[in-house]
Design a protein around this ligand. Sequence first.
Ligand code: PLP
Length: 275
Amino acid sequence: MGAIVSVLLSLVPPGGHVVATKDSYWEARMFIQNKLSLMGITATFVDMNDMDSLKEVLQNNKVSLFYADSPSNPLLNCLDIRKVSELCHSHGALVFIDSSLASPINQKPLILGADLVLHSATKYISEHHDVVGGCVSGSENLISKIRSCHYDLGSPLVPDAAYMIIRGMKTLHLRVETQNNTALKMAHLLEKHPRVAGDLQATMKFVDSLRLPYIATSFGGCESLVQQPAVMSFWDYSAAERAKIGIKDNMIRFSFGIEKFEDLAADILQALQKL
Ligand SMILES: Cc1ncc(COP(=O)(O)O)c(C=O)c1O
């Protein structure tokens, strides 16, 4: 979050305008809406890939920055980064992509035309659920502006965390490859399973019956995590609000770690049997 705030404060001038996607990181949206507004910065929130709305906002405002999480959390909606970057650049707006959900292995927004890419290093990059940190990459010109603001905010990484991140990054590609394989194989295993359905209560029972994954809201670590957004990250939304944004009562978000696929699959199948 320190990295996101540093980008916004250093690159959006007072009186500027930010466009963000409606399903970008909640804390960042709240910062844009409630804190940047105190500096006379206005914002518009658009649906992911709603190019018509984006075009309209760019035409009617002096937009400094477009900000989106892609893939989004937890629905994994993906932005056409190349198309959005071309459009934003033609109106002089910078494109800032939070790519934390993809990891730096699975998606490279700078190659697709974005100006800045952010990763919560708390997730895949450190990967051991023992560090809180973030990083932003982009041109030297932009990063030097962000760096000075980030020092002002007092949010540099502590040396211990920096050490653990550097060490963790050396095996990032191996871990993400395992996580990708597990997720794909699990999707194939479960897509036609007759018990993958049910209501809020049945889903809670399933989650409570799992023995391997921890019940937690983060993602990207060595240990598998599981969460039911309707009663966890979206617990304070009404049922109608959740339905509007596509968070179903029986939705489960797994973040697979690097345990053996067979062990994870056996655990999920035994929990399904309990329903
Ligand atoms: C997509 C995304 N971006 C940024 C963050 C902020 O990360 P941190 O906890 O490292 O501040 C989160 C946290 O969950 C996230 O999910």
